[in-house]
Design a protein around this ligand. Sequence first.
Ligand SMILES: Cc1ncc(COP(=O)(O)O)c(C=O)c1O
Length: 399
Amino acid sequence: MHGETYWRSEIEKYHRMNLTRNIPMLKFLDTTHGIAEVGHRLFVACTNDYLGLRFHPEVIESAQNCMRYGGFGSSGARLTTGAHPLANQLERELAAFKRSEAALIFNTGYMANIGLISTIGCNGDVIFSDEKNHASIIDGCKLSHGKVVIYPHRDVNWLQKLLNEHRSAQSRFIITEGVFSMDGTVAPLPELLQLAESFDAHIIIDDAHSLGVLGERGHGTLEYFNVLPNSRIVQVGTCSKALGSLGGFVCGTKCLIQYLCQHSRPFICSTMLPSSMLAASSKALQILQSQPERVYRLKRFSEMAKSIFSEWGMAFPPEAIAILPIVIGDETTAMKIFENLYQQGIYLAAIRYPSVPLGHARLRLSVCSEYEEDEWKDALFRIVNTIKTIAGNSQGQFK
Ligand SMILES: Cc1ncc(COP(=O)(O)O)c(C=O)c1O
């Protein structure tokens, strides 16, 4: 079966399995509210804009000013047509924020992972990747020339055995998310670092969901564990989540960044982000650093959710902060809960295969520092009630 015939049969198969994804229309009014197609106002309980910076007037104003005086598109790849000085400025700011020597901006977090991993993984190298790593890490691994070895989620003992088996590899890279995007769990960085030192490996840590969330002031996984960067540690990040903007980045040694600049195809061969995005990211980063209360508020709202859910016998991973997954299991039940909440004016996305394994469907509740306390509490009670009514005690975390 080829082409259209094959595509149609796959579409029908997904439909039968209740896995079809429709692209939702949602026009945001502010960080936590949106209007759907039918004029239906929704409280959004699954944003990645964890600190509400996407609608911050200063972020918007800096992007507008930059666009007004610098044009909209950037017209070419950075090495070819040059880039706005804001690119270098933002790289210095990101490197300082992550306490690393240097940084390189990519167009998205997805491209940062692909651009890093595909470039550094050479023939003879081994890449050890957590089984729950994000698609962009998986795809970066696929594009690399290194051998890819998957280890069970956060299992350092298993990883140690694998590292031992591959002692003679040319180079070893351990790749993990800081906060796992579908589970809210946190990578065991100190143990991973010990292994990296014993086996002379590098660690790549994707802080897409840790920036603005983990650590006292939201610097990410290293701050959370009180670990100082060293030449073994490479940090990846994105401006698209807690910074409310767009653009990915890699932070590491000057040597690594120079190497990527010469060899990373997603960096070399793609048109640079518009400078307005750089301006927005830079402003958002400044706000994050000057207003640590946003990070504190996020944590307070997260505790509130955990406590309300625990009264109903439901637990989240203890270390989870901004991502609080409600594992339902069955795809059809997860969709029923999504639809019911939608009718009640709450938008809480149901995540299904292939974003998570089959039979592990979940509602990906997330926390934002800018929720109105009463509205958040009310939404939480309604979410719990709806899950109880539809899924009863037989599903996922309710088992
Ligand atoms: C862990 C992780 N890494 C990378 C990305 C990609 O970031 P971006 O959306 O900026 O492409 C995501 C996005 O969902 C993610 O969850």
